[in-house]
Ligand binder design. Structure first.
Ligand code: ZN
Ligand code: MN
Length: 470
């Protein structure tokens, strides 16, 4: 990929409020189309917006957590455009004075730190949702509109074009979602609520790719768009400045229109809302409510609990997993808890693409698993197998242990197995004595096999060496 790749993201995250941004309609509940609507979120003439204070507070917290400057006074504006998802023909958003400006997010990718500058953070209402029936955006037979989403509060984060690859963009979004989750202003179990528009340039003009949902699709859409631009250049053609739509079914981007300028939106102040004063005592109180953020937590886990950076990062990337770690680390061996949570637990969550809180795991079940390992009832390998089972089904770890016949082989029984393996593998023993270290791995493997995976490989290795060196 070219050195000149520049990606800027405009990402919308849904703020976790009970009611919409400018009316009392609930943000969740009844799912029938157009069942959670009122004259305000339907944009009826004469209906006026009333601002949701919780949403504003969440926006201020986000701005502070991202290290932004916040204004003493802010306001909302009307962004005018015509589209069926926007019943009043304008979106109430922030334009000249957003809730935050000039912040930054530091993330980690392949062990390297990278800082992305945040241009602005603003609060706005979500439009309704259009459903294209019988085809994609440009080929459907007709379009249905659902206004349940109309007026849901969003927080939009606009970055500078600091991202250099699709992988970086994905890591950035993950980090952003983690921070929102720590602030408890966002439900990160639903990737569908994180939507981005991406500005992509590969040296020439930039194209904007609209409406990309989730982390994976962002990476995919960007990869496609970069390849498209590079292919154009190879054929001696110029990249045009335009707006493109991402089509997730084909994984491609298609031209929508030549890019509109800000002036095309005819921004004006929203005359139905007053200015909002952000007094310093209010700001201070909200600042105090900001918890320890993922990067701070990670540093503390390394320093205080002696976890490796990788282990700490794995645990801190899931707020509820981190809470579980902190609770168990107080009662049990911290290293062991860290091993199990950053290893098998994280692995099974990633594999199933779920967050800790969506799994069947909880503190009590994991405490039992840790206890069984601590008391030598099972091996860490057994623990991993048990966790795989109890993560997706509500099962008792001890029952799973019995069902699967897990139980750590120790003492005389392990010595007996070692003895058997030594006798049955005279060649390998001889090889090891002559300095072939890999022969030892083979022997340990045999012990593991004979014990049905119930021996601890470390113990087996130790006993084996003692036995052979006798
Ligand atoms: Zn409403
Ligand atoms: Mn927006």
């Amino acid at each position: 990929m070219s050195e000149e790749i520049k990606i800027g993201l405009e990402t919308h995250l849904q703020l976790l409020t009970d009611s919409k941004l400018f009316c009392g309609c609930p943000t969740t509940g009844e799912d029938n189309p157009n069942s959670r609507v009122c004259p305000t979120c339907l944009g009826m003439p004469g209906a006026r917006p009333r601002l949701n204070k919780r949403a504003v507070e969440m926006g201020i917290k986000v701005a502070l957590a991202l290290g932004c400057e916040t204004p003493e006074e802010m306001n909302f504006s009307r962004k005018t455009y015509f589209y069926p998802d926007m019943p009043k023909n304008f979106q109430i958003t922030q334009f000249s004075v957003p809730v935050g400006k000039n912040g930054e997010v530091t993330m980690e990718l392949d062990g390297k730190e990278k800082t992305v500058r945040i241009k602005r953070v603003h609060i706005e209402e979500d439009p309704g949702k259009t459903k294209h029936v019988g085809g994609a955006v440009t080929s459907s037979d007709y379009v249905l509109v659902d206004y349940n989403r109309s007026g849901i509060p969003l927080c939009e984060i606009v970055t500078e074009p600091d991202l250099k690859s699709p992988e970086e963009a994905r890591a950035f979004l993950r980090k952003l979602a983690d921070i929102f989750e720590y602030l408890e202003v966002y439900d990160s179990s639903d990737e569908g609520t994180i939507r981005s528009d991406a500005n992509v340039s590969t040296g020439g003009e930039r194209a904007e790719v609209k409406n990309i949902t989730g982390f994976k699709d962002t990476e995919k859409a960007l990869r496609y768009e970069i390849r498209r631009q590079e292919n154009l250049k190879k054929r001696g053609r110029e990249v045009e400045r335009e707006t493109r739509a991402y089509d997730d079914s084909s994984g491609t981007t298609k031209s929508l229109r030549t890019k509109e300028e800000e002036a095309d939106y005819g921004y004006i102040f929203e005359p139905d809302l007053t200015k909002i004063e952000i007094r310093s005592d209010w700001k201070e109180r909200l600042g105090e409510e900001i918890p320890e953020l993922p990067h701070e937590k990670k540093k503390r886990y390394v320093k205080e609990h002696g976890l490796s950076k990788e282990m700490a990062a794995a645990i801190c990337s899931d707020f509820d997993l981190a809470k579980c770690f902190e609770a168990l680390a107080k009662e049990k061996d911290t290293k062991l808890v860290g091993n199990i949570l950053s290893g098998p637990v994280k692995k099974v969550l990633n594999y199933n693409e779920i967050r800790f809180k969506e799994s069947e795991l909880n503190r009590e079940k994991l405490r039992k698993v840790v206890e069984m390992v601590e008391s030598d009832e099972i091996t860490e390998r057994n623990a991993e197998m048990i966790i795989r089972d109890i993560a997706v089904e509500d099962k008792d770890p001890e029952k799973v242990k019995e069902e699967k016949g897990f139980g750590k082989v120790t003492g005389d029984k392990l010595e007996g197995t070692v003895e058997e393996v030594v006798k049955a593998n005279k060649e390998a023993v001889k090889d090891y004595k002559q300095g072939k270290d890999e022969a030892l791995n083979h022997l340990v493997g045999q012990i593991m096999k004979k014990s049905g995976g119930n021996a601890d490989p470390q113990d087996a290795r130790k006993l084996l060496m003692e036995r052979i060196e006798e």
